[in-house]
Design a protein around this ligand. Structure first.
Ligand SMILES: CC(C)(COP(=O)(O)OP(=O)(O)OC[C@H]1O[C@@H](n2cnc3c(N)ncnc32)[C@H](O)[C@@H]1OP(=O)(O)O)[C@@H](O)C(=O)NCCC(=O)NCCS
Length: 164
């Protein structure tokens, strides 16, 4: 986790934690750390927080994947969404994404996340502060996306990407 987090391609988009901070987070009852593997090889991780939220709204606190653009992020997010909505029965999955993080933004847009607004200057960046877009997906939107994908017939030319 520490090496993926601090990798130069990731460090500017995700918070940098010490091993102790990760361990403290893992001990929290409302948090889940996931290791993302490709054929048994760890390639990244994701953290969910707020699992005890009375509004059933859970935060994707972080996702970071080593080796970009191979579909691992999309695969991991698809599994995370399934876990959140089908197994844990959350109502809303939400996250912050930096305004300049085009790759992550593309991924979330493709999966059907909706922008709720911009949290202005909410995180420290160098000597100043950076703004972040707030994105979310509701359970019914997740199901609608799944249904739409299932209705698409092969050869129709419709977009079959996203949740599979
Ligand atoms: C964001 C992240 C998790 C995505 O994982 P990934 O394995 O690289 O993503 P995927 O290969 O599944 O591709 C996701 C989409 O981004 C697109 N993409 C790839 N590089 C891109 C770029 N430079 N600019 C815009 N979009 C890009 C891909 O084409 C794909 O879209 P598509 O399905 O429409 O083709 C990963 O890149 C990462 O760890 N980034 C650094 C940390 C980070 O930003 N975390 C998210 C914080 S909110």
């Amino acid at each position: 986790m520490l090496s993926v987090e601090s990798h130069p391609e990731n460090a500017r988009f995700v918070e940098q934690w010490s091993g102790e901070q990760h361990l403290r987070c893992m001990e929290r009852n409302d948090s889940l750390h996931w290791i993302v593997e490709d054929a048994g090889v760890p390639i990244g991780y994701a953290i969910l927080q707020g699992a005890d939220d009375p509004g059933h709204s859970v935060l994707l606190r972080r996702i970071a994947i080593a080796g970009k653009g191979r579909g691992h992020g999309r695969g991991a997010m698809t599994l995370l969404a399934r876990y959140c909505f089908d197994i844990l029965r959350f109502h809303r999955l939400w996250l912050y994404v930096a305004l300049g993080n085009r790759r992550a933004r593309r991924l979330y847009d493709r999966l059907g996340f909706v922008e709720e607004g911009v949290a202005r200057e909410c995180v420290r960046e160098g000597d100043g502060y950076a703004s972040m877009a707030v994105l979310s997906m509701l359970e019914r939107e997740y199901r609608q996306t799944l249904d739409a994908r299932r209705r698409v017939q092969p050869g129709s030319g419709a977009d079959t990407r996203g949740y599979r």
